[in-house]
Ligand binder design. Structure first.
Ligand code: SF4
Length: 310
């Protein structure tokens, strides 16, 4: 962004536009599990999942939801000067309980001062009609995002990842969210084993067609003690080089509808849980390189779509 122009629709900008101030997510662990771990959909979990429910580190699950938020809020206000916060139900599958229990937990979060909305992460197969109706209520009364793992638009990759659901299950969940006015953010991983660049970029087209509202883009990274860790050590999978990921992320953005909000552009992991690639730890450097590459190409989110329409 050295030319001062953001070349994609960033979540931070969206939050500033909506709230008029700096807003930070505060991750919470509300004690859920995951149907891909407890046997309901599968066992062993997704091969990339490090066992903490995909990405939620530094959380103190022994505290109540309210206390986790108070604790996180204080830290983020001090560090970033944030004035409002979104409670991010991140660990495991945060709709995997009866609606009455979900309501208690979500309400507990919204009752914390300066918590201005909710982000709820879950799986496409954890959204029965009564839960979707509950989420629709929250989507109407507060600032609300539902995050759903897709990872890939290919069923053969989802099988390899041991996701325990298929692409059609994600598409059906996305349609149900749209019908109810629930903002939906999809999780995608670039660099998955066995996928060509064209196949990875095809996921952008699928997200456009489904009308999702947001996307979190990650590079494939290997977490300690995940099934992927063993595969990586045996040489069965490899990770992208940093520059290859930067190019691929730009290609992906160029094919993505500019209406879709980018919640994340690179994977994240603490050093003591990461196996590879080492460049994961330089998140700011990767984001800067993506900005620089888009600037060098003189493109932005959606450029390829505009070219096709001309
Ligand atoms: S669905 Fe999420 S929490 Fe469950 S195994 Fe996969 S990444 Fe982990």
């Amino acid at each position: 962004m050295s030319d001062g122009v953001r070349r994609y629709t960033a979540f931070a900008d969206e939050l500033r536009r909506v709230f008029g101030c700096r807003v930070q997510r505060v991750s919470v662990d509300a004690g859920f599990t995951c149907p891909n771990r407890d046997g309901a959909a599968g066992t062993g979990g997704c091969i990339f999942c490090g066992g903490k429910g995909s990405g939620s580190f530094g959380i103190r699950p022994e505290l109540s939801v309210a206390d986790q938020l108070l604790h996180g809020k204080e830290f983020l206000a001090r560090r970033y000067g944030a004035r409002k916060f979104l409670a991010y139900f991140q660990s495991y599958s945060n709709t995997y309980a009866p609606p009455e229990r979900l309501r208690l937990l979500y309400d507990e979060a919204l009752a914390v001062p300066d918590v201005a909305g909710l982000i709820v992460g879950t799986r496409p197969d954890c959204l029965p009609p009564d839960v979707l109706d509950l989420l629709m209520e929250y989507a109407r009364k507060t600032y609300f995002w539902l995050e759903l793992g897709l990872q890939s638009s290919l069923d053969r990759t989802l099988t390899l990842l041991n996701r325990g659901h298929d692409v059609a299950s994600f598409a059906a969940a996305a349609r149900r969210c749209r019908e109810r006015g629930i903002r939906l953010c999809a999780h995608v991983i670039l660099g998955l084993p066995g996928e060509s660049c064209e196949e990875m970029l095809g996921t952008a087209g699928m997200l456009n067609d489904l009308g999702v509202d947001g996307v979190k883009i990650h590079h494939l990274h290997v977490m300690k003690d995940s099934p992927l860790d063993a595969m990586y050590r045996q040489g069965e999978v490899r990770c992208l080089e940093r520059d290859d990921y930067v190019g691929l992320a730009c290609d992906f953005l160029e094919r993505l509808d500019p209406r879709i909000v980018i919640h994340r552009l690179v994977g994240d992991a603490p050093a003591d849980h990461l196996v590879a690639p080492a460049w994961t730890l330089d998140k700011a450097g990767v984001l800067g390189a993506i900005d620089g590459e888009l600037e060098r190409r003189a493109t932005r989110q959606g450029t390829m779509l505009e070219r096709v329409m001309q």
